[in-house]
Design a protein around this ligand. Structure first.
Ligand code: SF4
Length: 135
């Protein structure tokens, strides 16, 4: 099984129709205060907006534009949500890819997009990696 097969296996079915995949030049994980008007306009035309938003709310995505919303907007939609808890349970072969992408100089946002996982998960793995290398 090649890397692309593994990546495809990890993706939820709706990822295939995600319109943002056609706009890799846009920053889908903008920093605080940056304009997201263009990204939201694309989300408004996306066929899988509902699935994307539901997934982001369910997983408590803290970073990025998902389903046309920012994290702040998602929190307003679900004030009942507890603080997100993440298991970071990722198969070993994907962990290897996470470390490989890091060595190649990819950003956390790029790796998250490629692997179809949360940027927070990428950060968590990379911090774990740094800690284990230091000890
Ligand atoms: S709704 Fe989700 S999948 Fe669709 S363009 Fe926006 S971020 Fe991408």
């Amino acid at each position: 099984m090649g890397l692309l097969d593994i990546l495809e296996e990890l993706r939820e079915p709706w990822h295939a129709d995600a319109l943002c995949r056609e706009y890799p030049e846009l920053d889908w994980f903008p920093g605080r205060g940056e304009s997201v008007r263009e990204q939201k306009a694309i989300c408004a035309r996306c066929l899988v907006r509902d699935e994307c938003l539901a997934s982001a709310v369910r997983t408590g995505e803290k970073v990025g534009i998902w389903g046309g919303t920012s994290e702040r907007e998602r929190r307003k939609m679900r004030p009942d949500l507890p603080p997100p808890r993440r298991s970071y349970a990722i198969p070993l072969h994907v962990e290897n890819d996470l470390h490989r992408f890091r060595r190649l100089g990819y950003s956390q946002a790029e790796v998250a997009r490629i692997l179809g996982i949360s940027p927070n998960t990428v950060v968590a793995y990379w911090s774990k990696d740094s800690t284990s290398m230091a000890s």
